[in-house]
Design a protein around this ligand. Structure first.
Ligand code: ADE
Length: 224
């Protein structure tokens, strides 16, 4: 899979891809992540990428021309499954959306800033608009990192058996059950007996029951 991220602040996105699981996925060649500095496509000697909004009002709007140039350049090199715009008024991101995106070959993610992008960018180039929740971030970069992380960890070969995404919360519409590690007794706070008993059928049944109970208590909306 290849992810091209268009951003006015590429340094904000460097660290999420330079550590841990995402870094390993890149090193293994399972995913390529390319950051594109919108400023490189800016207009004039000041490399302008934003301007005042027509009709007045506070806040700058990202201009169409630099974005079009960057997207056109990318599209000339390969075919993209989706051109995504990160925005708080987009479709709410969830595990199902992550699963669907993980099947894509190439995607572009455009990060908004200031008051967002000229509406004509959305009308002409964007195929999918994604929000990571009902709150407003300073820009789309952190949201793009969230989406990329959720998608990349699903790609075959990124996680090993022990960390398999199949046991994640939400993967079967249930929250994950509680987990414990050593010591089995911490200052009198004990690990449930079933987990140390060695009966794997009992352990599976306990985990299933706990996942169901936790979902019922915390997220009853996920249950059928
Ligand atoms: N940009 C600003 N806020 C955002 C959000 N909640 N989701 C996606 N992109 C955003």
């Amino acid at each position: 899979m290849r992810i091209d991220i268009i951003t006015a602040l590429p340094t904000l996105l460097e660290s999420p891809f330079s550590d841990s699981i995402l870094q390993r996925a890149i090193k293994k060649g399972i995913v390529e992540v390319h950051l594109h500095n919108l400023r490189d496509y800016g207009i004039g000697k000041h490399k302008q990428i934003d301007d005042y909004q027509f009709g007045g009002g506070a806040g700058m709007v990202m201009m169409i021309a630099p974005i079009e140039q960057c997207i056109t350049e990318l599209k000339a090199a390969r075919k993209y499954d989706e051109v995504i715009y990160m925005t708080p008024d987009g479709d709410r991101f969830d595990q199902r959306a992550a699963n669907a995106l993980s099947l894509c070959q190439n995607i572009i993610i455009l990060c908004g800033h200031y008051k967002g992008v000229d509406q004509r960018v959305r009308d002409l180039f964007i195929t999918k608009e994604i929000s990571i929740g009902d709150y407003v971030l300073s820009g789309g970069e952190l949201a793009a990192a969230v989406v990329s992380d959720a998608v990349i960890r699903l790609l075959p070969g990124v996680l090993n058996n022990e960390t398999s995404a199949l046991t994640d919360s939400f993967q079967d519409n249930l929250l994950a059950p509680p987990v414990y590690t050593r010591p089995a007794d911490y200052k009198g706070h004990k690990v449930p007996d079933v987990l140390t008993g060695g009966n794997f059928a009992d352990i599976d049944a306990w985990r299933e029951e706990q996942a169901w109970q936790r979902t019922k208590d915390r997220r009853p909306d996920l249950l059928p």
